[in-house]
Design a protein around this ligand. Structure first.
Ligand code: KG4
Ligand code: ZN
Length: 346
């Protein structure tokens, strides 16, 4: 009999609930994005995010069950993101999950958000997951490389020392006045630009370590756009073609570094497979260049399907099932872990 889990995700600015069976059968995955709410501030405002989660959470959970055609009595457990993330946002999902678990007498499974991104590519597999694999997790808050030995054992190999890749996309989109969230906006603007137009820095691309740094790249774009004496927030001196080429050159620089370090991680560890997850994994150039590089190096590549790249509860319920099977449940004392905790430390 299929074990159905309800997954709940509220770590940042998406309220999401999903029903997933046996860790891979996605019956529903409802995502309510707050992007419009935060757009005018150019980034997520934590207090507004928490309030929006409070308003949404009940409806989203009900919708996930409705769409799956299931009731609470059909569930085996409830999985919830307990960190890392914004404290106020996490608190809403964790409180909802604890309450529902107590009310319906269901086991409660805390799930690490980054571990879920690192293993989300398994949702693309019909057969067994490709572990062991190198996982690139590139999102708005994280850019890290992991060695995923299995769903429950993942080791950090390297990470950004300043901005995350998605954060760089968001900030460069703001510099170019392309709107928020910046990743999809840069992805589209870059389509008509020349990626070789400007030689932006590829920080540490040839260094032997597996850490990243994107803040210098962001500053290079800022100087390129405004130079000396121009006013921030006014890009009227640029043509659409120039904006497209800046976006394309920036995107190429990020992708070159992400791909080079991912391949290096596979080589260093003798890995045979690569997976990629997180919001930036939806980037079209990253997907195609990773595919080409993995082909050249004889590596298996499993890309997280685009619908599971950004924050979503399906990946939480999927990993939650593996944790539940391993007995990694908790009690009603569960509290959110804000801050940048690493999954390997669990
Ligand atoms: O995983 P996610 O939804 O949230 C976090 O855990 O941070 O990632 C959001 C990030 C944002 O920075 C967004 O701009 C970026 O992912 N993103 C993209 C694309 N779609 C979303 N970055 C590049 N290209 C995209 N197509
Ligand atoms: Zn995320």
């Amino acid at each position: 009999m299929t074990a159905w889990l309800l997954g709940i995700e509220s770590s940042c600015d998406e309220t999401s609930a999903a029903i997933v069976g046996d860790g891979h059968l996605v019956r529903s995955n409802v995502i309510s994005s707050q992007a419009d709410l935060h757009a005018k501030y150019g980034g997520v405002v934590p207090e507004l995010a928490a309030r929006a989660h409070i308003e949404q959470i009940r409806e989203i959970v009900d919708l996930a069950l409705d769409r799956a055609g299931l009731a609470f009595n059909d569930l085996a457990a409830i999985a919830v993101t307990d960190g890392p993330g914004l404290a106020g946002s996490l608190l809403i999902g964790v409180t909802a999950a604890k309450t529902l678990a107590a009310l319906y007498g269901l086991p409660l499974v805390p799930v690490d958000h980054i571990q879920a991104h690192a293993t989300s590519a398994a949702l693309a597999c019909d057969g067994p997951a490709p572990w062991p694999a190198i996982a690139l997790v590139a999102s708005g808050g994280h850019t890290s490389l992991y060695l995923v030995r299995d769903f429950l054992t993942i080791e950090l190999l390297g990470q950004t020392t300043d901005d995350a890749a998605g954060e760089a996309f968001d900030k460069v989109a703001a510099i170019l006045e392309l709107g928020y969230p910046g990743g999809p906006a840069i992805d589209s603007a870059a389509a008509s630009g020349d990626p070789r137009a400007i030689a932006f820095p590829r920080t540490w691309i040839d260094e032997p370590h597996l850490d990243f740094s994107f803040s210098g790249l962001k500053t290079a774009v800022l100087y390129h756009v405004y130079g000396k004496g121009r006013k921030y927030g006014d890009v009227s001196h640029l043509t659409m073609d120039q904006i497209g080429s800046i976006a394309a050159s920036f995107q190429q620089a990020v992708v070159d570094v992400l791909v080079a370090k991912t391949i290096r991680a596979a080589r260093d560890t003798g890995g045979k497979a690569v997976v990629v997850g997180g919001g930036v994994a939806a980037n079209r150039l990253l997907r195609s260049e990773l595919a080409a590089a993995c082909r050249n190096h004889g590596l298996q590549l499993v890309l997280t399907p685009p619908e599971y790249c950004g924050d979503n509860a399906a990946m939480i319920a999927a990993l939650g099932w593996h944790l539940w099977q391993a007995g990694a449940t908790t009690d009603h004392w569960l509290e959110p872990r804000s801050g940048l905790l690493r999954p390997a430390s669990r």
